[in-house]
Design a protein around this ligand. Structure first.
Ligand SMILES: CC(C)(COP(=O)(O)OP(=O)(O)OC[C@H]1O[C@@H](n2cnc3c(N)ncnc32)[C@H](O)[C@@H]1OP(=O)(O)O)[C@@H](O)C(=O)NCCC(=O)NCCS
Length: 180
């Protein structure tokens, strides 16, 4: 799979991250304990951690993924967050985050909807899916508004390191291609 480098929605522009995004990523969400509460990486303590993450993003784009985009507001070019897709066989998983100041405007719903539609339009893909912590109500709502169905509860699915070292329960959401 080779996704497009840039994707535009009504209010947002997605592009691959570059090393110069490290400070904005660190300042906008990666250092924020609240924004990183329900993510799989520890809250960053310095922008060096954002730079290491950006190196992994570049490796993903050079190979088979994950493919990561930063999310920019079209009106002023500000970096609001990031989203990635992870192709696995005929299914593709999504993950995302926004800085707290950008929450509640429907931005992530707009991005997840656009990216899910692109993913499901690929002939080889039959399923786009995501998981979220059962306590992450905003994320569950984004996935529902973007057209995914809740498929079930994944018990003890994964650790959210900024909460505790104990694996937590997650919801599994997906949208699938209609059978011919
Ligand atoms: C989850 C996240 C991406 C949502 O982004 P967003 O752009 O604010 O989402 P939207 O505005 O598109 O939609 C959010 C929805 O959740 C709802 N919501 C927000 N907080 C909520 C809460 N505590 N309980 C229930 N619903 C909530 C909003 O009302 C909205 O639904 P509505 O349109 O029906 O009113 C953002 O909060 C975020 O980045 N959080 C931190 C990182 C994270 O959790 N990532 C996901 C990991 S699975």
């Amino acid at each position: 799979m080779k996704p497009p480098a840039t994707i535009e929605t009504a209010r947002l522009r997605l592009r691959p991250p570059v090393m110069g995004d490290a400070e904005a990523i660190f300042a906008t969400y990666a250092r924020d304990p609240e924004a990183t509460r329900y993510v799989s990486f520890p809250t960053h303590q310095s922008s060096a951690e954002a730079r290491a993450y950006l190196c992994r993003c570049a490796v993903g784009w050079a190979g088979d993924g994950p493919f990561t985009w930063v999310i920019l507001l079209r009106e002023n070019g500000r970096l609001a967050g990031a989203i990635d897709i992870r192709p696995q066989d005929r299914r593709v998983e999504l993950g995302y985050i926004l800085g707290r100041e950008y929450w509640g405007h429907g931005y992530m719903t707009e991005v997840v909807r656009a990216l899910s539609e692109w993913v499901l339009a690929q002939p080889e893909v039959h399923r786009v899916w995501a998981v979220c912590d059962v306590d992450n109500h905003a994320s569950a709502r984004v996935l529902e508004k973007a057209g995914m169905e809740r498929e079930g509860r994944l018990r003890r699915w994964a650790v959210h390191p900024n909460i505790s070292a104990t694996p937590r329960d997650f919801w599994c959401y997906a949208r699938v291609k209609a059978t011919p």
